[in-house]
Design a protein around this ligand. Structure first.
Ligand code: ZN
Length: 477
């Protein structure tokens, strides 16, 4: 998962007063820390940590060496098996014990080492080699999420070298299957760490900012919530028969009718602290009809018609409620036979706090008239939105504004899922606080072709994490 969602802005707004153009010229490392960060980045990008290629341990071992060489010695490489695809991978965990214990619980810094696959023939350059051109770094993972891995690593190495004395334990988790499963995060939240000792987590796989090509800042997001992923199978069964003698009951038609009802169905609109802040921010630059709907719904959460207008906007879809959509379909066993079975996969993204049992009950109501059976695939991991804590939001705002004065800071709910879900599920608040930014939409290439990260964004993100850790794990300031 990667890239904060900032809706494209109405053209009329682009004529607003001149704003600082983000500098995208090539940058040389400003100091030895940046130099070292670039070196670690290059190595990390060169290892194709794609699920199934068996290279995760290599990256984890390399990072472990870096930490140890820098004096952070309580670091463990943890091989683990993953559910899908059938494979094994590795995670890295680290503990930097408090030098001056304040009694505050630990903070956890998290990122993921795995990347989505990339084929040379699909790219204009070698995907698993750090490229530098036009003020950008290129390569698979330059944005999602090796910039996060490198920033956390480099920030800790720098702080340690400079004699920083944390007043609480600092924990690190780099997982090896975020893109494909999340088993590393699940194991970490349930077995590797005692979550009772963790105050909150900072996730480098979410947050971040966006600019338009002309330099207009769209804002920087701090991710505090994500929707909950859950698949369901819809199965219609039937005794079948010879296709020369059609009957009113038919598995394919039964499923089709159910899916038509599902297509039209809308769950009850929901709001939380984060989506309210997110939508309030959207009023700044939404087209008038959308802005009016947002104002109406924020003023009256029972105004379902206004929520429907917001949900129908392609830029806001998914923000107002649980959404379910048919994603796969199969059925029948012969061209000349009445089908004995038809099945669809329905993928739901549940609003935080929406009870999965309630969602299942509604889906069963929708399927009931056609006797279509609805079953959940794997167990859902419900997770509430994390509260907008003053200390974390304050630290994020201060660090972003140090490098991007005056930009809007916007709490965000992702409609996709990250590793953070597993910690929220266990009661640990998680904040996506990456500072990496790009030009919207041209730089939104995570998982795609020619993934890239502005060089300035990369170096700034190192300093951002140094600042975040100082503020949140250092003596009160
Ligand atoms: Zn990611």
């Amino acid at each position: 998962m990667r890239f904060a969602r900032f809706a494209a802005v109405a053209a009329a707004l682009l004529a607003t007063a001149a704003v600082a153009q983000p500098d995208r010229v090539a940058m040389e490392p400003a100091n030895p820390w940046h130099q070292k960060a670039r070196e670690i980045y290059a190595r990390a990008i060169s290892i194709p940590t794609v699920q199934g290629r068996g290279r995760m341990t290599e990256l984890a071992n390399y990072l472990q060496e870096q930490f140890r060489a820098g004096g952070l010695t309580d670091v463990t490489v943890r091989p683990y098996d993953v559910t899908l695809p059938d494979d094994h991978t590795a995670a890295l965990t680290l503990r930097w014990p408090a030098a001056r214990p304040s009694g505050r619980k630990a903070i956890l810094l998290m990122a993921h080492m795995d990347v989505v696959d990339a084929r040379r023939e699909d790219w204009s350059r070698e995907p698993f080699e750090l490229g530098a051109a036009d003020g950008y770094f290129y390569g698979r993972g330059t944005a999602d999420d090796k910039q996060g891995v490198v920033a956390i690593t480099m920030a800790l190495l720098r702080l340690r070298a400079e004699g920083f004395a944390p007043d609480r334990d600092i924990l690190v988790l780099f997982t090896g299957d975020e893109e494909t499963g999340g088993d590393g995060a699940r194991l970490a939240a349930n077995e590797w760490f005692d979550v009772a000792t963790i105050d909150f987590a900072l996730n480098a796989d979410a947050g971040g900012g966006a600019y338009l090509a002309d330099g207009t800042p769209l804002g920087f997001g701090i991710q505090t919530a994500e929707k909950v992923y859950q698949d369901f199978t819809f199965t219609a069964t039937n005794p079948g028969g010879h296709s020369s003698r059609p009957r009113p009951d038919n598995a394919i038609y039964a499923l089709a009718h159910t899916l038509e009802r599902l297509e039209r169905y809308r769950f009850e609109p929901m709001q939380n602290e984060t989506t309210r802040a997110m939508l309030a921010d959207r009023v700044r630059n939404a087209e008038p009809p959308l802005a009016a709907a947002i104002r109406a719904w924020l003023a009256n959460p029972n105004d379902g018609a206004a929520a429907d207008v917001i949900e129908a906007s392609p830029t806001e879809v998914g923000l107002t409620r649980t959404r379910c959509v048919a994603t796969m379909l199969s059925g029948g066993h012969a061209p000349n036979a009445l089908p004995q079975q038809a099945q669809a996969n329905v993928n739901c993204r549940m609003f935080p706090g929406h009870d999965p049992a309630r969602v299942l009950a509604i889906l069963r109501e929708i399927a009931g008239p056609d006797n279509v059976a609805v079953e959940p695939v794997r167990e859902a991991r419900p997770a509430d939105a994390s509260p907008l804590r003053e200390d974390v939001v304050g630290a994020f705002t201060a660090e972003i504004h140090a490098r991007h004065p005056g930009v809007a800071i916007v709490p965000q709910m992702s409609t996709g899922a990250t590793d953070g879900l597993y910690f929220r599920n266990r009661g640990v608040p998680v904040y996506g606080v990456e500072s990496g930014w790009g030009i919207s939409p041209t730089d939104e290439r995570a998982h795609g072709r020619d993934e890239r990260n502005p060089q300035r964004s990369f170096y700034e993100n190192i300093d951002h994490w140094v600042g975040m850790i100082r503020r949140l794990a250092g003596p009160a300031r």
